[in-house]
Design a protein around this ligand. Structure first.
Ligand code: ZN
Ligand code: ZN
Length: 260
């Protein structure tokens, strides 16, 4: 019997979250709690071992809300602030569990993390911080973390590239993406059990695919379940649910849990 994977969406908002910091809700119905979105992060757990994807600036709140007190590894998609700035909250997880946490990403992202948050990687005598992270460069397309078989997908994100991931051939995660370099990518994940895809807003954006492009992609992939994530306040939960759920495409929401 293959082991089940628990997926816990910790945050499905874009870089400003919903509502924005000045209480702007855009098209979102503020009475629906599913429209309250923290910055993007997700946790996968299998056989008692977990992988966190990205450390959102809201990580502390996400860990509390989802009752998470241990993380076995972290994998980063890219170095934009909405995906990394909660990295300091890993200190609590490290200290509570008395262990260093391995993090994984490409060389560019790891270098930015090590330069920006050096005290987490090397002993900071002046401030008395002990290092809590081990960095691991992703060097091959296929690799393994905590029993998960992982495939890294290089994707265009405007001026930079970001990483998407396929886990155990059944979960694909492609959040900050303008287009895929692999022209066969939609065939690669066609019919996959669960696809998380970034769906920022209706308008064009220089580093994210537009709503209509993403919806077209979902039809090509035809996943068993597709969840839209990285959504701005343009995207109202109920409006999209009514439009898309007949095709097994759903807006994600913070706290969503799926077992597959
Ligand atoms: Zn980004
Ligand atoms: Zn982002």
């Amino acid at each position: 019997m293959t082991e089940k994977t628990e997926i816990n969406v910790l945050g499905c908002g874009s870089s400003f979250g919903v509502p924005l910091s000045h209480d702007i809700w855009g098209n979102c119905d503020k009475s629906n709690p599913k429209n309250q979105r923290t910055r993007p992060s997700i946790l996968l757990k299998k056989a008692g071992k977990s992988i966190l994807i990205d450390t959102s600036p809201d990580l502390r709140k996400q860990l509390i809300d989802n009752k998470i007190d241990n993380i076995d590894s972290v994998i980063y998609t890219h170095s934009h602030a909405d995906h990394i700035h909660g990295i300091n909250d890993l200190r609590a997880i490290s200290l509570i569990n008395k262990k260093k946490i391995p993090i994984y990403s490409d060389e560019i992202t790891l270098n930015i993390l090590k330069n920006s948050f050096s005290y987490l990687f090397t002993k900071d005598v002046k401030h008395g911080y002990e290092p809590i992270l081990n960095s691991n460069k992703i060097e091959t397309k296929f690799f393994e973390i905590n029993g998960f078989k992982v495939e890294a997908i290089k994707q265009n994100h405007g001026n930079i590239d970001s990483l998407g991931f396929i886990f155990d051939e059944k979960i694909a995660y492609n959040l900050d993406v303008k287009f895929f370099y692999d022209k066969n990518y939609f065939d690669r994940i066609k019919g996959i059990e669960c696809w998380f895809v970034g769906c920022l807003r209706y308008d064009e954006h220089p580093s994210h695919a537009s709503y209509q492009e993403v919806i077209d992609w979902t039809q090509l992939v035809n996943a068993n379940q597709t969840f839209l994530s990285h959504m701005t306040a343009h995207i109202d939960y109920e409006t999209e649910y009514k439009k898309l759920s007949n095709n097994r495409v759903y807006p994600a929401y913070d706290g969503l849990k799926i077992t597959i």
